[in-house]
Design a protein around this ligand. Structure first.
Ligand SMILES: [Zn+2]
Ligand SMILES: [Zn+2]
Ligand SMILES: [Zn+2]
Length: 252
C-alpha cells in the first residue's frame, strides 16, 4: 500500500492569503501546504480521503489518472469543496464515483452539491454515488474501519486501512475508539499549531497521543502557518514522529 500526502495544510492552506509571516514567506517547499488529503494506492485501487478546495490541482500535481472512490472525514469545506472536480474521472472512467461518508455528511453533500442530485440534471454535473457508512466497509476487497473521533462537538470519522490509520480534525479520541487504532504501524494525526485550539489537537497533544499509541511511525498533518517552520519544528519531535509535507509518499 502506498500513501501520498496530497495536502497537509489547515483550512486556509499555507501560505495564507496576504500573510507575510516567516512560514508564509518561507522558500522551503515543505512549508507550502495545500488543504489536507491523502491518496491511497493498492494493487487494485486508488482512492483519496477527503477532496478539499485543492482537489483539482492535487490530482494534476500527483498525476492521478484513475480514481475509484472518495472517502470523507467530515463536511467542512476544506475537506469537501473539490468534489465537483470528480467530473474529470466520470468522463474518463465513464461511471459515477463512489463517495463514502457518515450519514450527516452525505446529507450535507446532497445540500451543498444539490445540482448533482437533481432529478433533471444539467448536463456535465458530477456523478456521485453516495454511500452512507456506519461501520467497517470495503472498497474492492479493501477493508476500511471508521474511527469515531471528536472535532470539538462534531463526531467525525478517521479511518484505519490495514496497518495505516488517518485521523484529521480531531481533538479527542475515546479509549474505545483508540482500541481500533492500536497496533497500526503508521498513524497520521492532525496537529494544528503549538498553542491550544478548541477543535484540533495542538502539537503537544498530538505528540502525547502518538507516544501513547506507539506506532512505528507517526506523521502530523492539517498544519497551520502558526506551527512554525517545518525544519525547526521537526527538530523538536521524537524520532518516530515526522511532520508530513505535501507529496510525501510512504509505503506500508
Ligand atoms: Zn479541516
Ligand atoms: Zn503566515
Ligand atoms: Zn474540520
Amino acid at each position: 500500500m502506498k500513501v501520498t500526502f496530497l495536502g497537509t495544510g489547515t483550512s486556509q492552506g499555507v501560505p495564507v492569503i496576504a500573510c507575510e509571516c516567516e512560514v508564509c514567506v518561507s522558500i522551503n517547499a515543505k512549508d507550502k501546504r495545500l488543504r489536507s488529503s491523502v491518496m491511497i494506492e493498492t494493487e487494485d485501487n486508488v482512492f483519496v480521503i477527503d477532496a478539499g478546495p485543492d482537489f483539482r490541482y492535487q490530482m494534476l500535481r500527483a498525476k492521478v489518472k484513475r480514481l475509484d472512490a472518495v472517502i470523507l472525514t467530515h463536511a467542512h469545506k476544506d475537506h469537501i469543496a473539490g468534489l465537483d472536480d470528480v467530473r474529470a474521472f466520470n468522463f474518463i472512467q465513464k461511471k459515477a464515483i463512489d463517495v463514502f461518508a457518515k450519514e450527516d455528511v452525505c446529507n450535507q453533500i446532497r445540500n451543498e452539491f444539490s445540482y448533482a442530485f437533481a432529478i433533471y440534471k444539467y448536463p456535465g454535473v458530477p456523478e456521485i454515488n453516495l454511500h452512507s457508512i456506519v461501520s467497517d466497509f470495503t472498497i474492492n476487497n479493501i477493508k476500511i474501519t471508521p474511527i469515531n473521533v471528536m472535532h470539538m462537538q462534531l463526531e467525525i470519522f478517521g479511518y484505519r486501512i490495514g496497518d495505516f490509520t488517518y485521523i484529521t480534525d480531531a481533538n479527542y479520541i475515546s479509549d474505545k475508539e483508540k482500541e481500533k487504532i492500536k497496533d497500526s504501524k503508521v498513524i497520521v494525526l492532525n496537529a494544528l499549531r503549538k498553542k491550544k485550539h478548541v477543535s484540533h489537537f495542538n502539537l503537544e497533544e498530538a505528540v502525547a497521543l502518538l507516544e501513547e499509541l506507539k506506532p512505528e511511525r507517526g506523521y502530523l498533518t492539517h498544519i497551520s502557518h502558526m506551527m512554525g517552520l517545518h525544519q525547526e519544528v521537526e527538530k523538536e519531535l521524537p524520532s518516530f514522529i515526522k511532520i508530513a509535507y505535501d507529496m510525501l509518499t510512504i509505503e506500508i
